[in-house]
Ligand binder design. Structure first.
Ligand code: FES
Length: 145
């Protein structure tokens, strides 16, 4: 039911972890299953994504799609990273079962949330980037844990 690439990224996920003093951090919740994903971005002065890490409380498909998404945005410009949609990630993984498509949204939304955080911290506007709807970073900060 899962492609070999999905299984590979699930078993050996790339870029798991966190980045201290990240340029941007995005945390999103999945509207469908309630799972959570956090993405850390390290962006240099030229707007290149030097490093990216993720942490998730999502399922295997969320792990695999996030792993692939981080591989796809690493070394890219912000504008290129915006093109890494959940569809692009699924294609790179040779597809996902239809019931798991919502899991792939977590990675895309968390990357957008992290870029949004980066833009806010630096007082800039990123062309084509909208405020992420499932961003839960603020709620979390209020909870203080
Ligand atoms: Fe929640 Fe896959 S079931 S991320």
């Amino acid at each position: 039911m899962y492609s070999e690439k999905v299984m590979d990224h699930f078993k050996n996920p790339r870029n798991v972890g966190e980045i201290e003093n990240a340029s941007g951090v995005g945390t999103v919740g999945n509207a469908k299953c309630g799972d959570i994903m956090r993405i850390f971005l390290d962006i240099d002065a030229d707007g290149i994504i030097k490093d990216v890490k993720f942490k998730t409380f999502g399922c295997g498909a969320a792990v695999a799609t996030s792993s692939m998404a981080t591989e796809l945005v690493k070394g890219k410009t912000i504008q290129e990273a915006l093109q890494v949609t959940n569809k692009a990630v699924m294609e790179a993984l040779d597809g996902l079962p239809p019931v798991k498509v919502h899991c792939s949204l977590l990675a895309e939304e968390a990357i957008h949330a992290a870029l949004w955080d980066y833009a806010e911290k630096n007082g800039i506007k990123i062309e084509g980037l909208k405020k992420p709807v499932n961003d839960i970073s603020e709620e979390e900060e209020e909870e203080e844990y």
